[in-house]
Design a protein around this ligand. Structure first.
Ligand code: GAL
Length: 965
């Protein structure tokens, strides 16, 4: 090997070790190794929601043709174009998560009806990340809670993950790819939302939260704490076991002996157990420890009393805490009985459930946590005790709320497939969710055509076994819409059979499977447009009387479905399709209808008539009464109006303008109908129990609208840049009564510490821009959602105006709260010139413009700053290329060397652009010649005579292309 080759190898070796150790300036001595002992302990979970750059559409790259380009393209870190570390994204839109780009766009009658006629397409996100050198050695994980739909994630030009489901998280160890200090790290994500997993609106993009989790080298793995309580075997005693299992991971450079400490706190915060276990975790290995707790007489979790226990896991090394993670769990028993249905803590509980998709007015699938809280609160008010998250696992925050608010849940897997890629999706769900006391069923599928066959049976058998190996405390179910009666079918492979619709087969099923527990997993599918009481086919509007004609052929009316379920003790309960309207599936209509009408509530969470039907059926602890429709029937004086009164009392009396119209025994399943000749005024319904009035309601004829009203959902907002609040918009008459059919176009203005993130009105045919400044009221209502800004701590002021109406102003106080810890967005007006070719060193000045043959990948070496000159040689020549960002085309740019030791010449595209005359280590700024396109840069560095030893000369820090200040 010629001498220069050896020298060159030395350069590379030094460059490689030095590259793992940021030295912005030349003087710092190179440490050959970073000891793990210096690594920071502790865990930080930082929000990565802020500061993304977004591009709608694909970013196409010119085909690669040359040899050198082909060679480079195949190398780690060299993903091309928008996937790469360096890319001009200066004109991309800046936004914060959660983000759904599909809901921002216009509707298109040619787009997919199931996706709500919303084009989805492809989009790119990029974000920069600066990592403190003090964090070197820690474990860095990117966590994307879900991205719709196919996401390819790159870090510094390396593909780090592919996730082909829009409903599960990507947890990605990015530690090996990081650079520390000034050189920014680039996260780049290509999202293909052409891919579909559903037949409903699925949104597009990074619609859930993103996190950066920094942990010590020895740490608790993500979703690595299993803590699911079990009652004692007899089921009678009060002692429970809580077998905790902790999975550790070691990304460090030395094996570690650690102690795992798990502490359990009761709902009042009192410590009720603490255990220690030793673990040895090998280098880049996992280890699992088991800590069997016994908890005596715990406070049980139930729908009414959501007692949650906190399990805190710490990892200690030499007595020092290295990691800490907490989760909540709950003590409760569940049992599905083939004869009597479901029991929670030994008490019978009929499942009064709804199926829901993740979709809300104005925001699409990018639902802020606080809007989820609003939605769940609406379900509580409706009397719901069970939720089926159809047909996918919800966001983790939603399950936390479910536990706190008191619902039982069917957690559902999206893709039915036991092959390894898909099994990972199922296992992810169980591993993430198994500690939630609210979850009572794992559902492996929804309505699969193979359900009645051996194939379906074999597939489910495998998936059920995978679930059981992670959590054997809940039954596995599948939502079948048939196939129960074949010789071998999915009903033979699950613990609880779920039936979607199939009401005529309920009894037949029970006869054929007398020992198999059974629930409706989906029922109803009745159509109703909020506020509409007369079906108008031309307008795609459907009346709200819950008539048979307004239920899907395969479904039932709200009343029929519940009656079938309620009257059969062996049916554990029902899950109404659906709790809320959602985009897509505008069944039985098509364009111009863009969203569904199955909901008990509309897309905003405004009640339809079905809401009052179910309230009357489901709520037992207080008397309720409701009259439908409104009492504004000008022009119909003297004509009969069909009234529906929904009440959970014994008798109902009706009065119009004080005059008794009649009395009926309340029917808890069918509800009550009256025909009343219309006369304007006040129509009252009075509910009696035991002959005594217990509840009363009224509808009144209103005047024309004269003013707008804004009703906030809550008293105030948290100033954390995340909290969002739905605001109800109504029109009032001169006496301050809400006008039920008002439909003015309202213009919104939001100022102060927040902004509008969207609005809706529940009209399934509305094509209004959900993010624009205006929204028409539909049957008297609209909803505006405001969210606080990250940095403004002033009240949010909302103004609503409409022609001819008195405007409304609402000021919502913003209270100071600690922001969720977040990663500051790193702006990147810079281009880093990262990868260089290094010429063989020599003692004579090299020709800076000498050609490297495009097929020669070896004569010149490779390096990344800092790059020290070869020991003992006088001249070193470095070459790279870069493409300046567009904003530097007019000569506004600099080439900035953070440090050069030695004299230097810098050449760009064959022309000398500047020199450094001193030998001393110093930064160098040079003007970037104006123009666009790729540039070739060559740098000659000359070592000071006698100083040419190791670190005697070189490019000693980052090289960046940046705007002049
Ligand atoms: C079911 C299906 C649901 C929805 C519903 C509409 O078959 O599971 O996702 O499509 O029909 O009725």
């Amino acid at each position: 090997m010629p001498c220069w080759r050896r020298l060159c190898a030395a350069v590379l070796l030094l460059a490689a070790t030095a590259a793992a150790h940021t030295a912005a300036h030349a003087a710092a001595p190179i440490k050959p190794h970073i000891a793990d002992a210096t690594v920071k302990a502790g865990r930080e979970r930082l929000s990565l929601d802020r500061g993304w750059l977004f591009h709608l559409g694909d970013v196409r790259q010119a085909p690669i043709v040359g040899h050198e380009e082909s060679y480079s393209n195949a190398k780690a870190g060299n993903a091309p174009g928008a996937a790469g570390a360096e890319f001009d994204d200066s004109d991309w839109r800046r936004l914060d998560l959660p983000h759904d780009w599909a809901v921002e766009g216009p509707f298109d009658p040619k787009a997919n009806i199931s996706q709500g006629y919303r084009p989805r397409g492809i989009g790119w996100y990029r974000r920069y990340l600066q990592v403190d050198p003090a964090d070197r050695g820690r474990h860095f994980e990117l966590q994307f809670d879900a991205i719709a739909t196919h996401a390819t994630v790159y870090v510094n030009g390396n593909v780090v993950n592919r996730n082909w489901s829009g409903y599960n998280a990507s947890n990605i160890d990015i530690t090996p790819y990081l650079t520390y200090g000034d050189a920014l790290n680039t996260i780049s994500i290509r999202v293909d939302a052409e891919a579909m997993e559903g037949w409903w609106y699925e949104g597009a993009g990074m619609y859930r939260h993103a996190w950066l989790v920094k942990r010590a080298p020895v740490h608790v793995a993500t979703d690595g704490v299993y803590a699911v309580p079990r009652p004692d075997k007899s089921g009678k005693g009060k002692e429970w076991s809580l077998p905790v299992e902790v999975t550790l991971n070691n990304s460090g450079k030395k094996a570690s002996d650690v102690t795992v400490e798990v502490t359990v706190f009761d709902p009042a915060g009192k410590q009720v157990g603490r255990q220690l276990a030793k673990a040895s975790v090998g280098v880049l290995k996992d280890a699992t420890v088991k800590l069997p707790f016994r908890i005596n007489d715990p406070a049980l979790w139930s729908i009414a009393r959501t007692n949650l226990y906190k399990v805190v896991t710490r990892v200690l090394e030499n007595g020092k805490a290295q990691d800490e993670v907490a989760l909540h769990t709950g003590f409760r028993t569940i049992r599905f009985d083939a004869q009597q249905g479901f029991f929670l803590n030994g008490e019978h509980l009929k499942l009064q459930g709804v199926c829901i998709h993740q979709d809300h007015a104005g925001v699409g699938v990018a639902i802020p946590d606080s809007v989820w809280e609003y939605r769940l609160r609406r379900l509580k008010e409706l009397g719901v005790n069970a939720i089926r998250f159809s047909h996918n696992a919800p966001a983790a925050e939603v399950l936390d709320m479910v536990d706190r608010m008191g619902f039982v849940v069917m957690d559902e897997n999206r893709n039915f497939n036991p092959s390894p890629d898909y099994m990972k999706q199922l296992e992810w769900m169980v591993r993430r969710d198994r500690h939630h006391p609210g979850i009572i069923l794992w559902s492996v599928f929804n309505e699969e055509p193979v359900q009645g066959s051996e194939v379906g049976y074999e597939m489910v058998r495998r998936m059920a076994a995978a679930v059981k190996s992670l959590d054997d405390t809940r039954p596995v179910t599948a939502a079948m819409n048939g196939g129960f009666f074949s010789d071998l079918n999915v009903a033979h492979a699950v613990d609880v059979v779920g039936a979607n619709y199939q009401v005529p087969d309920y009894d037949r099923f029970h006869k054929a499977y007398p020992t198999v527990p059974f629930t409706s997993s989906e029922d109803t599918s009745a159509f109703m447009t909020r506020g509409v009481f007369k079906t108008d086919k031309d307008k795609n509007q459907i009346a709200s009387y819950d008539d048979l004609a307004d239920a899907a052929q395969w479904g039932n009316t709200h009343r029929d479905a519940w009656e079938a379920i309620a009257k059969r003790p062996f049916v554990a309960g029902g899950f109404v399709w659906t709790g809320f309207d959602y985009r897509g599936e505008p069944t039985p209509n098509e364009w111009p209808s863009v969203s569904s009408v199955f909901g008990i509530m509309d897309l905003n969470g405004f009640p339809k008539n079905a809401y009052y039907i179910h309230q009357a059926q489901w709520i037992k602890d207080r008397p309720l009464i409701h009259i439908a429709p409104h009492w504004n029937w000008a022009g119909s004086e003297g004509k009969d109006i069909r009234l529906m009164v929904m009440a959970n009392v014994e008798r109902i009396e009706l009065r119009l303008n004080g005059k008794q119209l009649g009395e009926q025994k309340a029917d808890p399943f069918r509800m009550n109908y009256f025909n009343v000749a219309y006369a304007p005024g006040k129509l009252e319904a009075i509910g009696y129990n035991g002959g005594k009035e217990v509840v009363r309601t009224a509808v009144e004829t209103t005047g024309e609208p004269v003013a707008l009203e804004l009703i906030p959902d809550r008293q105030d907002l948290a100033g954390d840049g995340r909290d969002a609040m739905p605001i109800t918009v109504r029109a009032l008459d001169a006496q301050g009564r809400a006008v039920p059919l008002a439909d003015p176009v309202v213009t919104f203005k939001v100022t102060g510490g927040g902004r509008s993130i969207g609005h809706g009105n529940g009209d399934p045919t509305s094509h209004e821009d959900e993010k624009g400044a205006t929204r028409r009221l539909f049957n008297g209502l609209a909803q505006l959602i405001v969210q606080t800004s990250f940095d403004a701590m002033q009240p949010v002021t909302v103004e609503a105006s409409a022609p001819g109406l008195k405007a409304a102003t609402l000021t919502i106080p913003v209270k100071a709260v600690a922001a969720v810890p977040f990663v500051a967005s790193a702006d990147a007006p810079l281009t880093f010139v990262r990868t260089w070719r290094v010429a063989p060193p020599g003692d004579t000045r090299p020709n800076p413009n000498q050609k490297i043959d495009s097929f020669d990948m070896n004569t010149w070496g490779w390096g990344q700053p800092p790059m020290w000159g070869a020991a003992g040689s006088k001249f070193n020549l470095y070459r790279s290329s870069f493409t300046p960002r567009k904003n530097l085309a007019d000569g506004n740019g600099l080439i900035r060397f953070a440090g050069i030791k030695g004299r230097a010449e810098v050449w760009i595209n064959g022309k000398l652009v500047g020199k450094k005359d001193s030998f001393a280590a110093a930064p160098l700024d040079l003007e970037l010649p104006a123009g666009t396109g790729k540039r070739e840069i060559s740098v000659i560095v000359e070592a000071e005579p006698g100083q040419g030893g190791a670190q005697g000369s070189g490019i000693t820090g980052n090289v960046t292309i940046e705007p002049k200040k």
